[in-house]
Design a protein around this ligand. Sequence first.
Ligand code: ATP
Length: 341
Amino acid sequence: MAHRITLIPGDGIGPEVTGAAVRILDAAGVKIEWEAFAVGSEAYAKYHEYIPKELIESIERTGVALKGPVTTPIGGGFSSINVALRKRFDLYANFRPIRNLPSLPTRYPAVDLAIVRENTEGQYSGIEHEVVPGVVESLKIITEKASTRIARFAFEYARRVHAIHKANIMKMSDGLFLRCCRDVAKDYPEITYGEHIIDNTCMQLVMNPYQYDVLVMENLYGDIISDLCAAFVGGLGLVPGANIGADCAIFEAVHGSAPDIAGKDLANPTAVLQSAILMLRRLGEGEAADRIHAALEKTYKEKKHLTRDVGGTAHTSEFTDAVIANMAPVAAATQKQPAIV
Ligand code: ATP
């Protein structure tokens, strides 16, 4: 039976990279009926809604979406669609595995860590107001409920967990986050637990990323640390992500809409493809996920059809063609990857 999956192509490079992933999943023989929807400015022009209710109903029905990036206006305009969707479906855990593709040389080989980012509150609560002219207050919301469940998610996944914080300065908010992590840690005595302050974490990561396994942190810290860690494995074009809630999940790359290269057939679709691989594992399509991953690795190993961001000269479409050409027939799949979401 075909899987029904909601597709949000997004804007900027979104339609190009999600289009590539859809082509590759199709070539892998995964039966999918996509329900595609525009969001943001494009949806507003059509439906007078930034997030059409048809899209919400589709995700409620399918429980799973593959999403491209959506541009958020800076310093004004409508609120982030990305954040709104995470909140609407209570996708409390943003899981971002940082792993090298073995055949792509980078400054740090064989990195294998994961960022577990709280996805619903912190500085992303969007509660800001002007107290008096010239003074603005922005609220950072930290709750025991959200902190405890994100800590539990991290401990369920990890062998070693570090909670990342700034509780020396934000003693109440980050202090609460840390207390929740410590309480959850007591339920997992077999897992090594540590705590690092966010600024020190940046230095520690660059000095020695191998000291970490899973890093759990509040929303904004997770956003910043994700981009830093993306650089270890070849940049934003590579790192996937999953937004996970109790009832549904939205899979999307860490990167944004990259307006500088949008519409030029230059974007690297690897990050969204790796997000789609996470999605396939969740859907029980492990064999197809393994085959696509093997084809991706082969394409990187050959080095002939890589995009510019990783040192090649190929266009998005040429890279996509190469991954499809490198896909083994169904019976030949051998490589097994662990299920991670
Ligand atoms: P956001 O704040 O929306 O997450 P960002 O500020 O992190 O976005 P991006 O849009 O992700 O910015 O782009 C940052 C840089 O990385 C840009 O120079 C862009 O061209 C590059 N980049 C991002 N994604 C890709 C990709 N898939 N392929 C190639 N280059 C990319």
